[in-house]
Design a protein around this ligand. Structure first.
Ligand code: EPU
Length: 443
């Protein structure tokens, strides 16, 4: 386990204390998404002039990524919700080992650094403790583009004599990160790159749109194909990030969970179609205008939900949903198909009285990648559970929020350890939750 992940288990670290607070009510305007901003920051490296990103969320991942970029000689200036990135024609092609295991960004730097320096070293990636988080698709794609890669215990070394070469790359699964690695590598490569089975998550498309503004030739084709014709150079560009769909869903659920009502702004309906549909099918009343989405419910009903790639029900919405299912009047089921190990946090929900059972029996068909594995990727949730306060440790960012909303709806006080995960992925969660009426203190 790397240092960042070891910190998760530290019960002595900063914690949140949550007292019963009644229904959470109020407005939350979400900022740009965590999973888009850091990729835009990497893309900006490829320009010959500065780029500006606005509506940047105040999340730990931005600070980590800014430090990574500064460590390789890139200028990063943060002013409120605006970041200006000044690329260097000759960056240091070695990301220091101290950034090992902090987030998923170093692996995305391989392609851009190869373009600038023809060699690169990046430490092994980290991120959340969900599944194995392999990088084999990234490695294979870069090799297919001509890079020579060596995998070491602590990181990856890459070399490329000339420009990376465009080619046809078929991803074994539509991985968000691997699609981004190929896009970031292909925009300045020689010739045409065609990605088959590409991820089409809104954050991936947002990255493609930003690169298009920088002068990249990117075509989004039907059937998960992205076609990129490499260009000689890119210029800096400006973009305002679209609202974080994970954060938006989390706050809608926080309102529903406590019998309150949260009105979420800053994230357009089209990024939440499947989430809204799921809440509606569970009996929530969802009001939608051009600016706001509001959810409320008298009594929630059970649901059968499967996580999937976009436009399916995204895996990051799953932890808040499972907590919400504990308040539905009957038996719900959840089948996780993106990560084989993303239900570990359920122990925390059970410790609070949630009736959730995990099974390695696959609730999907043989098409599920985890069908024949022993991965506990199916959950059965019985509601309505009376939740009670508990002392729990948060294992990852989205699971962390689910513990918070469970604690918000519980009888009795809770203490949540490992809250740095929440602060890495949510924009000022402490202040936002308090503004909704949550009786929350830092300990
Ligand atoms: N995979 C491989 N090999 C690879 C890459 C991925 O087998 O080389 C597998 C993974 O193990 C997983 C599946 O492919 O089973 C999907 O992983 P993907 O690459 O799509 O995930 P990611 O790019 O590492 C991003 C988000 C995650 C989000 C997933 C899925 C970022 C920084 N992270 O991760 O967000 O869950 O896509 O949408 O963009 C979060 O925000 O809390 C979070 C974890």
């Amino acid at each position: 386990m790397d240092d960042a992940l070891a910190a998760v288990a530290d019960p002595e670290g900063p914690a949140w204390h949550i007292e019963p607070s009644g229904p959470l009510r109020g407005d939350v305007v979400v900022s740009g998404s965590k999973n888009a901003v850091t990729k835009h920051m990497v893309a900006a490296l490829l320009g010959d002039s500065p780029s500006t990103i606005t509506n940047v969320p105040d999340v730990g991942d931005v600070g980590i990524t800014a430090d990574i970029l500064r460590s390789i000689g890139i200028g990063v200036e943060v002013e409120g919700d605006r970041i200006t990135i000044t690329p260097s024609p000759e960056p240091v092609p070695r990301v220091p080992l101290e950034f090992s295991g902090l987030n998923r960004i170093p692996i995305l730097l391989l392609g851009p650094l190869l373009h600038r320096a023809h060699e690169a070293f990046v430490p092994l990636v980290g991120g959340d403790r969900i599944g194995r988080r392999p990088i084999d698709f990234h490695v294979s794609a870069l090799q297919q583009m001509g890079a020579e890669l060596e995998l070491h215990d602590n990181g990856i070394t890459a070399r490329m004599a000339g420009r990376l070469k465009g080619t046809r790359i078929t991803l074994p699964y539509p991985s968000v990160g691997a699609t981004e690695t190929v896009i970031l590598s292909a925009v300045l490569a020689e010739g045409r790159t065609v990605i088959h089975n590409a991820a089409t998550e809104p954050e991936v498309v947002e990255l493609a749109l930003f690169l298009q503004r920088m002068g990249a030739l990117i075509a989004l084709r039907p059937d998960r194909r992205i076609v990129i014709d490499g260009v000689e150079s890119l210029t800096g560009a400006s973009a305002r990030l679209a609202g974080d769909r994970l954060e938006a869903f989390s706050y809608l659920v926080a309102g529903l969970m406590t019998g309150g009502q949260v009105r979420v702004g800053g994230c357009h309906q089209d990024r939440l179609v499947t989430a809204i549909n799921t809440l509606q099918r569970m009996g929530a009343r969802v009001e939608i205008t051009d600016d706001w989405i509001t959810a409320s419910a008298v009594q929630l009903h059970p649901a059968a939900v499967q996580t999937d790639t976009h436009p399916g029900f995204m895996t990051d919405w799953q932890p808040p949903l499972i907590v919400l299912m504990t308040q539905a009047d009957g038996m719900s089921v959840l089948h996780e198909t993106v990560y084989e190990d993303r239900l570990g946090y359920v122990d925390a929900i059970k410790a609070m009285g949630g009736e959730v059972e995990l099974f390695d029996t696959c609730l999907g068909g043989p098409a599920c990648r985890f069908h024949d594995s022993s991965a506990k990727h199916s959950a059965v949730v019985r509601g309505v559970s009376k939740l009670h306060g508990a002392d729990v440790t948060i294992p990852d960012v989205r699971a962390g929020f689910s513990s918070v909303i469970a604690a918000a709806a519980a009888e009795g006080a809770s203490t949540l350890h490992g809250i740095h995960h929440l602060e890495r992925g949510y924009d000022r969660p402490f202040e936002t939750l308090r503004s909704l009426g949550l009786n929350l203190t830092r300990t």
